[in-house]
Design a protein around this ligand. Structure first.
Ligand SMILES: C[S@@+](CC[C@H](N)C(=O)[O-])C[C@H]1O[C@@H](n2cnc3c(N)ncnc32)[C@H](O)[C@@H]1O
Length: 295
């Protein structure tokens, strides 16, 4: 299937093959922003379909669909003050691994939102299987335009999802409406490190369809959007280690993976992971945790 997507590359067109079925053509100049946005979302949905989710099961660092370990998510949540009875919003909740972890550990209430129907259905199914449906709920939707309940949440949590959202200023402002006074944004995501070249930045935007910036740019944007940044922690070495561990797991399960998804999906996941690991090793990419409080 061929999908046209635009917005990340300014010079000429590029073509990448994603997974088994998707060829994405990135186009540098499309005037119609609405079409552009629809295409971007359609590509995201295709990329996060079943093969991705199950690739992450082979990657298997824990419960999440991200290059993070369960203990890290729980430690960050503790630092952010999540406790029994907290109301947590998780825009970009994927198959609900983070939501279930938080609900199981803290007995808090978690509302996930995800754009990809496959992930949304998995999240619902898995919450029921884990008997967590009273604490975890999930909506199918786009976090960039979601009709959030106002002043309802203690925490809005991001684990490697908001990098897909192009306009963080708008997202932070929307989430400010959803958070209670003193509520917190909690992010664990990938960022550009000081050594990043323009070429690496463009490549990573292409490969993962992300909006990526430096940690300082993100914290400045949070402050401009009316939040007070109360914690930042660089996690580049940890995420590098996680990626390496996940890729080693995937390689060990090569035969099983090839049998289920075929060579294209395997090659895409392995090559993109290897390339990403290289960028972390060269300290062009990093990861960070950020906690910011609504003023
Ligand atoms: C790398 S996964 C992480 C999922 C989850 N946070 C975890 O760690 O397990 C990113 C998720 O973000 C979702 N996503 C991307 N853009 C979105 C948007 N605009 N609205 C809602 N979900 C989105 C994708 O569908 C995907 O499931």
């Amino acid at each position: 299937m061929a999908v046209r997507c635009s917005g990340h590359v300014n010079e000429g067109d590029k073509t990448l093959t994603h997974g088994t079925q998707t060829t994405v053509t990135y186009q540098g100049s499309v005037a119609d922003t609405e079409t552009k946005n629809d295409d971007r979302l359609a590509t995201l949905v295709q990329n996060y379909d079943a093969a991705f989710r199950l690739a992450f099961e082979s990657f298997a660092l824990g419960t999440t669909d991200s290059p993070v370990r369960d203990g890290e998510v729980l430690e960050l949540a503790r630092r952010a003050g999540i406790t029994r009875g907290s109301r947590v919003l998780e825009p970009g909740s994927g198959s609900g691994g983070v939501s279930r972890l938080l609900a199981r550990e803290f007995k808090c209430d978690v509302q996930g939102i995800d754009l990809t129907p496959f992930q949304f259905e998995e999240a619902q199914r898995r919450a029921e299987t884990a008997a967590l449906q009273d604490l975890v709920s999930c909506s199918l939707g786009d976090m960039e335009v979601f009709d959030y309940e106002q002043e309802a949440y203690d925490v809005a949590m991001d684990v490697f999802s908001w990098i897909h959202v192009p306009d963080w200023q708008r997202l932070f402002s929307l989430l400010s409406g959803a958070l209670k006074p003193g509520g917190r944004i909690v992010m664990y995501d990938a960022f550009l490190a000081p050594a990043a070249t323009d070429e690496t930045a463009a490549l990573v935007r292409d490969a993962w369809l992300v909006r990526i910036c430096a940690v300082d740019d993100c914290t400045a944007l949070l402050e401009e959007s009316g939040y007070r940044v109360i914690h930042t922690q660089e996690r580049g070495r940890q995420v590098l280690d996680n990626w390496r561990g996940g890729l080693a797991n995937l390689r060990e399960k090569e035969d099983e993976f090839l049998g289920r998804f075929g060579e294209d999906a395997y090659r895409f996941f392995v090559e993109t992971s290897a390339w990403t690991i290289g960028a972390f090793e060269r300290e062009e990419l990093t990861a960070a945790q950020i906690i910011a409080e609504k003023a």
